[in-house]
Structure formats: C-alpha cells, structure tokens
Design a protein. Sequence first.
Length: 286
Amino acid sequence: MRENARVRADDRGDYQELVDEISELLGAPATLENRNFELIAFGAYDSEGDLDPSALDPVRTRSILTRRSTAAVRRWFEGFGITRATGPVRIPRTVEAGVYRGRICLPVRHRGVVLGYVWLLDYDPGPTEQQLAAAMRVTGRIGALLADEAQHDADLTRELRAVLTAERGWPRDMAVAELRTALGVRADGPHTVVCVAPWPSADPDDAPSVRTLPGARALCTVPWGTTDQSLALLVRLRSTDTLTPAVSAATRLLEGAGGAGPADGAAAGGAAAGIAAARVGLAELG
C-alpha cells in the first residue's frame, strides 16, 4: 500500500478537530476553506455573539449552506493580499460586499504554498498577538493534512486517467489494479462515471474539489475530440439502483462548465453531462 493512501475519510474529522481548536484558542467561530474557497469545516462557538445577525452575513451564510463562495467573493477577498500573506490578514467590514462583520484570515500554508484559509469573525477587542501566533501554529498542522490530501488526489487523478485512456489488455488491467490499490477497501463497491464535455480547462485545479461533489472519489480531464477536454468523475454509489449522487455531482460540475443538465444534450457552444450505467467494482469503467 502506498504511503499516500493514508489519506482516508477519517482525516476529514481531523480538520474539524483543528478548526475547533482554533475556535477555542481565539474565542470566535472559525471556518476552514481550501484555496478555491470551498468549505472544509466550520467550528461552532457557544456565545451570545453568535446570535448577532451580523455573524451570519450573506457571505458567511452562503459559504456554510452551499459549501463554497462565488468567484466574485473570492476575487474580493484575494484583493487584500491573502494569497501572498504568511500571517494574519484583517479585512474590514464592508456592507456593500455582504461582509457585515470584519474578518481575520489565517493563511494555511505548507512548504510556502498556500493551500487554504481559516476565517474568523473579527471582534472588539479581538485576539492578542499571542493568540494569533498559537492559531497560526495550528494552521501549519492543517497545511500538512491538506498537502497529503492534495498529493493523494493527484495520484487518483493520474490513475483514473490511466484507466480511462489505456488500451485494452494488460495496460488497462495494470491501470485498474493501481486505481483499486489507491482507493482501498471501497474500490469493489458500486460506482459510476460522470462525464462533462466540453470542459473549459485541462487543469484539474480549475475543477471543483472532489470533497465538494456528492460521492466523488476521483476526477481527471481526458481529451475530447481533437482539441477539447472533457472532465471524468468517478462516483461511489450506495447501490447500482440509485444514481442520485451522480446526478447531483453532474449538476454541480455543469455550474462550472456552463451547459445543459445531465444527459440533456448541449446547446451550441455549451457543455453537457452524461452518466454511465452503474457497475460493481472498477473493471468495466470507461
């Protein structure tokens, strides 16, 4: 078993514990997002301040309910230099942007690379420098987890692409074996593949993260025609009779690609999604 196979579903609980630790250190509710502003975990903090309507302003409410922020919100926050920051960044209250309470952003880095952000509601008098320093040490542990997960996802991307593009025979058998090893004990359960085409980018970083897509295990881009790309998503199902997670994931992907609903066919220049028949195991993928 590869070392990076240690990233398991159980690690999601580690994120929650670390976010709760930051909330306790600073006495304020915290949220953790990846660098694409997709929600990973949020900490509850039992205080009267949480009942203040400004604590759930439009930006924070959307992030929690939809588990992501809009591109406009992302650009607005990035305008404060958070992608380059190595320490806490204070962002002022800006009602016209939907930010009714100021924010403190703690960049999450690993080996100098920003992988996410911890967000806190700013308050008066606010955390001390010592408290913020302690919280930044926790973000270092979060960064190590995110780096492990990113490496694992990159391996799954490569291995899923190999399965979908390998020639029949021993090359494909080897690719399936590699993917099965990386997926672990659930590899032999029911799965399907969602395909969205055309997809606007060959860069997996431009796709939603696997954690935000229902049932998703891995995704990759593969060639579509002579010049375009498609996005393939491996989705784990509860049974071969229920494609609901795949339909939900396809709908979510189409929001990023701009196209018709699953299996609807695309309008001119738009994207469409298709869902393969459910299969048990990985041997018949592609």
